[in-house]
Design a protein around this ligand. Structure first.
Ligand code: 6R9
Length: 651
């Protein structure tokens, strides 16, 4: 019997897994919750907002008088950081662990809520001493160390807007984000540990700051002890500036719509979009969904979101969700295979993790490695397993439940986006019988629909586009610096009151939603959004490249892999592996390692429509159907031959 066969055998007769009895009995979200949210959506969100501490109550739950510009909890005031930290200390939970942090080399730090309050207050005082004021932007370019969380909360505490950039992004990518956001301060580190070795970060900041002005201060955390270049007057060690600050800092309330952070994400053009999130609505929905979707019992659960804090998943479910709920989390710096392939399970065993939140790409990697990697460890504490970032194929879903969840844990597939801020489509685990591979239904209080080209809801069994038909508290408020692009990108296809998500979806006969991937030119590589256009423009910025077309090809592990077709300048033919290596290096430099193409094929021509649009579908066929090896080049004729074979005979 094959492995796939044995996994399918796991599916119960009705095709769904009923909620485990114990979970259903004490579930945070019940059938009644769905009913109440249905009856009174705004009342439901007001109730969710009351889970937080407000310094001034709101006058109105939602102002949607000028769509698509929403205001939630109008007139309300709160301090996001105080809600995440001080509130729990004041309630007598100061000794509770906020984070069990695990460094890749094996060093650990345990941080209680009381300690976090002190650290955040000191960092807030440090930022104030640098002249940072409410509304100023602070760039954060750090590895997965506690200072990343502390810096974010310190910003929130003083009303500064954080803009976290993933450590894998290049100096150019960092520079363009710093410029677009207009950041005055950068918080970074000498480096972080990845795959068993220190990996430098500070040099990227130094290089970025040769390209962009406006940054007055660089605060550097010492993590790896690597040598760093130093710019006097600009650079300061974190420990020199922060450690001596007072632990006293009184958090001021800010308006519910005060900006909290900007996060850049890839769109269909080469220029990343700065997604803006604000305070009250964002915290309400991340807090509610972290509690509801994962059925969090803050007193007993140990939660681990295994994303990087620099992605929206990290913002919402490493930082703001868990902390607002007073939960205990695990935070891990490194990669799953360092120093061995059982590292995650060792961590689960050590801290008794009960809820794990991970991406399908890593589940498929574990599948590839085999279930025996889990055997030496006790992972029986796990009761809820979340999935996020891309569609999870039923095999991976079943494998996750069986081998990570011991055949009893509940798998919750959560669909959402940087733009949505928090979970939007996910089966609430105490109520909804789960279906392998489907995110199923809208979270209580959320209105989603699958529509056709005209915007009409599709019949059960049909496919279409996912749309969100009512505003939601944690929605993006705009694209930083471009209201027009905000309207054009998300709110123009079906009118100003319908949010176009950019994802294809299928509605099944039970009314459950299956996400089918992006319908625009955005690739999804290991759960990271990368724009084809962005990679294309990086390639054509190389002096040898005349034209480039990039597609995302199905990849068994990463979901999609980046495949590039390039035409060289001056009609140069195949210039060999060295050029391909150089081009790949060039993309790494321009965007970052995550955007480095899996394959680059040198071609003499690209298939185009009469209007000159590159026929990516054909290129994708080529990319997916031939074993071309890791580094490869193809002459024009072989690409065109292959393409020819796939063209309809008439054309
Ligand atoms: C949270 C996050 C958003 C895009 C989204 C979609 C894909 C995310 C998914 C999923 C199917 C899921 N996506 N979760 N597709 N099932 N459970 O990933 O945000 O990086 O902005 O990506 O990711 O295509 O549109 P972000």
């Amino acid at each position: 019997m094959s492995d796939a066969q044995s996994l399918t055998d796991e599916i119960p007769a009705g095709g769904v897994f009923e909620p485990p009895a114990e979970l259903a009995q004490h579930a945070n979200v019940t059938a009644d919750t769905y009913r109440r949210a249905e009856e009174d959506r705004l009342g439901f969100w007001a109730e969710a907002a009351r889970r937080l501490e407000w310094s001034r109550p709101w006058d109105e739950v939602l102002d949607w008088s000028n769509p698509p510009f929403a205001k939630w909890f109008v007139g309300g005031e709160l301090n996001v950081a105080a809600n995440c930290v001080d509130r729990h200390v004041a309630a007598g939970n100061g000794e509770k662990v906020a984070y069990h942090w695990v460094g890749e080399p094996g060093d650990t730090r345990t941080i209680t809520y009381a300690q976090l309050k002190d650290e955040v207050s000191k960092a807030a005082n440090a930022l104030l001493s640098l002249g940072v004021q409410a509304g100023d932007r602070v760039a954060i370019y750090l590895p997965m160390i506690p200072e990343a969380v502390i810096s974010m909360l310190a910003c929130a505490r003083i009303g500064a807007v954080h803009m976290v950039v993933f450590g894998g992004f290049s100096p150019d990518a960092l520079a363009s984000r710093i410029e677009d956001a207009g950041a005055r301060v950068v918080v970074t580190a000498d480096g972080g540990f990845r795959r068993g070795a220190p990996s430098a970060l500070k040099p990227a900041v130094d290089e970025a700051l040769t390209k962009v002005g406006g940054v007055e201060h660089v605060l550097v955390v010492k993590r790896t002890e690597q040598d760093v270049d130093w710019t006097g007057g600009r650079d300061q060690w974190w420990h020199d500036l922060v450690d001596g600050q007072s632990t006293e800092h009184e958090a001021q309330p800010f308006d519910a719509e005060h900006p909290l952070y900007i996060m850049y994400t890839s769109g269909t053009t080469a220029k990343p979009k700065g997604i803006l999130h604000t305070s009250g609505g964002y915290l309400t929905q991340v807090s509610y969904t972290h509690w509801g979707t994962f059925d969090l019992k803050a007193d007993t659960d140990v939660f681990w979101c295994a994303a990087d804090v620099a992605w929206v998943t990290g913002h919402s479910y490493i930082v703001y969700g868990p902390l607002s709920n007073g939960a205990t989390s695990v935070m891990y710096e490194g990669t799953p295979e360092t120093p061995h392939r059982g590292r995650w399970w060792e961590i689960v065993q050590q801290y008794g993790v009960t809820i794990l939140y991970a991406a399908p790409t890593v589940v498929r990697t574990f599948m590839k490695w085999g279930a025996q990697e889990l055997e030496p460890f006790d992972t029986s504490t796990l009761r809820v397993l979340g999935s996020v970032g891309e569609p999870i194929n039923p095999e991976a879903w079943l494998w996750y439940r069986k081998n990570v969840g011991g055949g009893t844990a509940t798998v919750v597939d959560t669909w959402w986006q940087t733009e949505t801020g928090a979970h939007m489509i996910a089966p609430m685990p105490g109520v909804v019988a789960t279906k392998p591979g489907s995110a199923q239904r809208a979270v209580p209080g959320i209105s989603a629909s699958v529509v056709d080209e005209e915007g009409k809801p599709v019949e059960p069994g049909a496919t279409g586009y996912l749309v969100l038909t009512e505003p939601w508290p944690s929605m993006l408020r705009t694209i930083w610096g471009s209201d027009e692009r905000y309207v054009d990108t998300y709110w123009s296809r079906y009118g100003k009151e319908v949010y176009f998500a950019g994802d294809g979806a299928k509605l099944d006969e039970d009314g459950d939603i299956w996400l089918l991937g992006r319908v625009d030119d955005v690739m999804n590589v290991s759960g990271h959004r990368i724009s084809t256009t962005e990679v294309e423009s990086a390639l054509v910025s190389h002096p040898t490249v005349a034209e480039a077309a990039v597609v995302g090809a199905t990849d068994p592990t990463t979901g999609q892999g980046i495949v590039a077709f390039v035409i060289l300048r001056g009609g140069a033919e195949d210039s060999g592996d060295d050029l391909v290596k150089e081009l790949r290096q060039h993309v790494r430099k321009e965007i970052g390692p995550i955007a480095s193409p899996r394959q680059i094929m040198v071609v003499a021509e690209l298939p185009k429509t009469r209007s000159g649009k590159i026929m990516r579908r054909l290129l994708r066929d080529v990319a997916e159907n031939r074993e071309l090896g890791d580094v490869s080049t193809l002459t024009d004729s072989s690409v065109m031959d292959l393409i020819g074979q796939r063209m309809p005979a008439s054309s």
